[in-house]
Design a protein around this ligand. Structure first.
Ligand code: DX5
Ligand code: ZN
Length: 223
């Protein structure tokens, strides 16, 4: 299992986008988390395919695209063409989750399924074999800079147990309110991919990325 950092571009200072993305690269960030919001599934609107296509040129890191949109099945092909490597859909937003996960694989991407804080983990139990990753939201999706919801830790633990029981190799990504004070308990609970927006892009990007990477490397080495 790999322990990885995926900084969320939602918290970029867009007047310094290229510079900040490069700083995260050089400091050792692993992936790039790209949050798509439609103003329907979540209250806010962010950015879409043309922005992904443009950012794709700024870094060689894989793009982990988090679709916070209704009926994401209609946009899988478009995000794959725009340069997504891993596409994550919300279990709550697609009527035929099994089919949607197959669709993601068919366009050559890795597949992720996301759960809101209040959605039971049983909703993904039967599709774990089809998913490379479960994204556990630890805030209500829609905005960066929110406070981590503590009961989600229990869900991360339960998900890791379920994944182990099934003998799957599924990543657990945690998204929302991750910071220097809670990262260790999140990793202890069983997460292995960390999304961080404000905790990376507010302040010194290089120092922030290095801080998180150092902890992730400790877990990677089994300390
Ligand atoms: C929230 C997004 C997150 C967000 C995380 O709905 O899915 O990826 O950017 O930002 P922080 O780390 O600031 O909570
Ligand atoms: Zn996200």
């Amino acid at each position: 299992m790999k322990y990885l950092l995926s900084p969320s571009l939602l918290s970029l200072d867009f007047t310094k986008a290229g510079e900040q993305i490069k700083a995260a690269d050089e400091a050792g960030a692993d992936w790039t988390h790209f949050d798509v919001m439609d103003g329907q599934f979540v209250p806010s609107i962010s950015f879409g395919m043309p922005v992904l296509k443009s950012f794709r040129k700024a870094t060689d890191r894989p793009f982990d695209v988090h679709l916070m949109i209704e009926e994401p099945e209609n946009y899988i092909q478009a995000f794959a063409e725009a340069g997504a490597n891993r596409i994550t859909v919300h279990a709550e937003a697609t009527r035929h989750l099994d089919r949607t996960l197959h669709q993601i694989r068919e366009v050559g991407c890795e597949a992720g399924v996301a759960l809101n804080p209040s959605t039971p983990i049983e909703n993904v139990e039967y599709v774990l074999e089809l998913a490379d990753m479960v994204l556990q939201m630890t805030v209500n999706p829609g905005f960066g800079g929110q406070k981590f919801i503590p009961y989600c830790l229990e869900k991360i633990e339960a998900l890791r147990t379920l994944i182990d029981e099934k003998g799957c190799n599924t990543d657990i990504q945690v998204d929302g309110g991750v910071n220097r004070n809670n990262i260790r308990e999140i990793l202890d609970a069983g997460a292995n991919i960390i999304v961080a927006g404000n905790a990376v892009f507010l302040g010194d990007v290089v120092e922030n990325v290095q801080y998180f990477k150092q902890i992730l490397n400790e877990y990677q080495d089994g300390l």
